[in-house]
Design a protein around this ligand. Sequence first.
Ligand code: ZN
Length: 646
Amino acid sequence: MPRIKDSSKLDLKLRINIVDVIARVATPRRAGGSRFKALCPFHQEKTPSFHFDADKGFYKCFGCGKAGDIFTFVQETEGLTFTESMEALAQRFGIALEYEEGGGGPSREERSLRQELFDLHEAATDHLHQTLKGPGQHAEWMRAYWTEKRRFPMELADEFKIGLADPTGSGLGAALMRKKFSEAAIRQCGLFYLYDDAMLTLGALRPRFRGRLMIPIRDHQGRVTAFTARQTDLTPKDDNSYEAKYVNSPETPIFSKSNLLFNLDRARSHVGEGKPFVMVEGQLDALRCWSVGLKTAIAPQGTSITESQLMLMRRYQTQLECFFDSDSAGQKAALRLLPLALKTGIEVRFLTLEGAGKVDPDLLFLEKGLAGYEEVKHGSFGGMQFMRRYVLPEAGQATAERTQQAVRSIYEVVASAESELLRKTLLGEIAPALGALQITPDVFERDFARFLATGGRAAAGPASQSLVNSPPSSGAPLSASADSSEPDSRTDASPADDADSPEHHLLFLLLHFVELGKPLAAALPHDWIEARRPSGTLLNRFLAEFAEDQWPGRDHLDSLLETDAERALVTSLLFESPKIEDPFKVALEGITHLRTRALTPRLHQIVLALAQASTDNTVDPGALLKERSTLQRLLRSPLALAPSAA
Ligand code: ZN
């Protein structure tokens, strides 16, 4: 039996709240902070002596002495082996497990590399903070930027160890080399660019961050695992990412941005009864909150909010207040959050200033301090109110298309609620607002039932067409090129899309059958895709999102679309209705087609070269023969596309 990877075990521990595990067997009661107690499931008792701790993830009974973690609890209460307990938990909480290929866990080296990476980040944090506090005009400039431009106190910089990456960036590498970190740690820490085959010398280390304000990113245990770097006037123009306001550390063995919430390590000990987490958009917003005494603020790492982040948050508090910029990016983020919150059982409210136009959290707290929080809390509203306010078109502006799209977004959000009861409540909350759009509650409810029955696929198709008198989208495959479908759009330099290409077909499938995403990303090497046309470019880009578990959902693709041609192509593909019985089968045909197209030209070349070799003694056919048989084997081997477990 294959062994489950240690990283999966860690993932389970990180994402599963022991309280949820124990709650299946015993009723938890709060016992202060992250501690709970219950009547012991292992011995008979009348007053609870079974204690457990959401934070630490373990339990101990002061009556019978039983103690352990989520795995031992499941083993003992359900009579399972250790591996079975992991599988049971993974299944119950919808977490995918990874198995070792050969057997054996991570080597001692891998384990100690992680520890070394933590140590390295601690050392880097100190170095960058000392640079900010040190002598020299750059340090002086950056301190002025912090206190005058950002209007933060210096004490806050000390508390969070805010730092300065000097414009040359050479100091950090030297400091770490002096501390004798291993080559592996320096290569994998993400703070430098270094070619794989380059010797590790100080000269070969090119710093990722230069002339930027450095914000250390800590995991929920308070260990620095990465940095976010803010662009400033000191950032050199030749910086690789000069244009980017914020640059983050890349993913490393100790940093995964989808598993991390900024400031969770501190905020988690300030939440509690009547004190929800407050989600703000950026790290500096969270620091602003902290500095005015709102200690429960957290921020996603980067723009996307993920299910893992919410699962992590939920270990400490199930109530969340969301305070995003009132611009459209903030609204989109909120809209992405809502279904995830419903799915993970988090109660979310949106903070807003009543009647105010644009609200910038940073400015609000800067001007009004904690009183600003009371003000926005007063004007807060729940998820469905948010949908009514920002998703439904106003009666006067409701075109059939906009209504249809809005209704589909609502369905998708409501469908993510796990319980029937909650769904009914949510639909009930939004139904009155639909009256103005000539949609009666019973039509709405019936239509939603159809949406569920078809697994959401009929959302933009026949089901919703019963709602509004929109012209039905033609079922015929769209043959027009992306450019011609929108005559007013800026002509793009890339060649027009070919609607008969496998890329075009796969993109269509991907947009309509989200369950294809992960398996396709796993099965399709990106170099089989012809990326010169928009459909190929998009296919590559979208599959990368699936591979990283970052797929935002097809209604939130704006951030992934870069040109008018791409937007036009996606819009037209979304309007086609799929008439496909087995999308996996069709996708498999597409991949097979791509493989043939990618590999056969080389095969033909080899056949020609071999023919030449037979008359030319200077050419050694050995390598060619080997490559030919490899290619032939690749072309013959059956391709598979399995639905993923998740
Ligand atoms: Zn006991």
